[in-house]
Design a protein around this ligand. Structure first.
Ligand SMILES: *Cc1c(COP(=O)(O)O)cnc(C)c1O
Length: 376
């Protein structure tokens, strides 16, 4: 049975987070890769806007590791799950390192200097690190052609234990030829680093798009972010996922605008007929992107797609509900997710806003209350 809080006066715009759907998506990743491949749930940026505490609690015992962007996020995961294995995806700032070592978070070491700094901070127990190799992303990591020389030196550092080797894919959803070649290069490099003495490393390279497109190259561990939240960066996998977030708002006002009346700032939309318009309690300050203005964005009311008219403002938008004469003030509106037979995917909003699904989720702001749904 689903439990939920009924909308209260504070629920002007809220996001319902379906933790059963989250678990379903983990199972879908598992089924796709086979039981041998471990899963790191990427829960950076407040679990892509879904709320890191409840997401981590729901995934306890269902994933092998959690991935975060920084020390503060790592601490948030541990607050929820005291024994969680937590990987920090990018380079730490120098002042973050002591706490990373003390709390046994696993850092991605991106340079020889960083490796030396971690080695110097280690206590009697060596500090476990993963070496991050840049095989094409061009963002962080040790350059691929310097990796062997760096590893040789890193392996001599007392106080450090290289327990993993990682890289990252820049175009796993856009360029299969590049990705296939990159995965092969990384695989060969891993073999060379093993030969140098990196023993039994946990090898990981794939994000969601990599997981979907290249399951046979998943190595030991994958870093799944977007797909766990129900959005597939390669559309062929979308039917196997369930949306975790349903973002809702409510109708605050209903009026009939005469023909020839401007709607919202800039008067970029003008009615061509008497139009039943609903004012909705959401705006760009909540994360409903202003770039959705005039781009054919729709909302769901009574399971029907209703066009958003004119510009998105800070706190309010206006929808055409002429087709729905029964709509009442206070009624629920779905901005993202399913209502009846219709569904608005993050990818749809992203395309219309000229951005990506990741930014749609992480943009849902703090004014949007999160309401958690789960099976008792
Ligand atoms: C964010 C991130 C991921 C997760 O990517 P998704 O596309 O959301 O699955 C994986 N690896 C690294 C290094 C990341 O920064």
């Amino acid at each position: 049975m689903k439990t939920s809080t009924a909308p209260t006066p504070s629920h002007r715009t809220w996001a319902e987070i379906d933790l059963d759907a989250l678990r379903h998506n983990v199972a879908a990743v598992r089924a796709h890769l086979g039981a041998r491949v471990q899963i790191m749930a990427v829960v950076k940026a407040n679990a892509y806007g879904h709320g890191v505490g409840p997401v981590v609690a729901a995934l306890a015992g269902r994933v092998e590791m959690f991935g975060v962007a920084n020390l503060r996020e790592a601490l948030e995961v541990r607050e929820q799950l005291a024994d969680a294995a937590v990987f920090i995806l990018g380079p730490a700032l120098p002042e973050e390192r002591a706490a990373i070592v003390a709390r046994r978070f696993i850092p991605a070491v991106c340079s020889l200097d960083e490796a030396r700094a971690y080695a110097a901070l280690a206590g009697p127990e060596p500090c476990a690190v993963h070496l991050k190799i840049d095989t094409g992303m061009g963002r962080v990591g040790i350059w691929e052609d310097e990796a062997s020389a760096a590893a040789r030196e890193i392996l001599t550092l007392p106080g450090l234990r290289v327990t993993g080797l990682a890289s990252h894919l820049p175009v796993a959803d856009e360029d299969d030829a590049f990705t296939r070649a990159q995965l092969a290069r990384f695989h060969r490099l891993v073999a060379a680093l093993r030969a140098l003495g990196v023993s039994q490393p946990l090898v990981h390279v794939e994000n969601s798009a990599g997981i979907i497109g290249f399951p046979a190259q998943a190595e030991d561990l994958v870093r799944a972010g977007l797909m766990l939240y129900g959005s597939a960066p390669r559309p062929e996998f979308q039917p196997r996922l369930r949306a975790v977030m349903t973002w809702k708002t409510r109708v605050t006002l209903l009026r009939t605008a005469p023909a020839g009346h401007g709607i919202s700032y800039g008067r970029t939309f003008e009615t061509t007929r008497p139009t039943r318009v609903a004012t909705l309690a959401v705006g760009y300050a909540d994360g409903y992107q202003r770039h959705l203005s005039g781009r054919g964005a729709e909302v769901l009311i009574r399971g029907v797609r209703c066009p958003v008219l004119g510009r998105v403002t800070m706190d309010q938008i206006v929808a055409d509900v002429t087709a729905l004469p029964e709509v009442a003030i206070g009624e629920e509106v779905v901005l993202l997710g399913r209502q009846g037979a219709e569904e608005i995917l993050a990818a749809e909003l992203a395309t219309k806003a000229g951005t990506i699904a990741w930014e749609i989720f992480t943009g849902v702001g703090p004014r949007v209350e999160r309401v958690y749904l789960f099976r008792k």
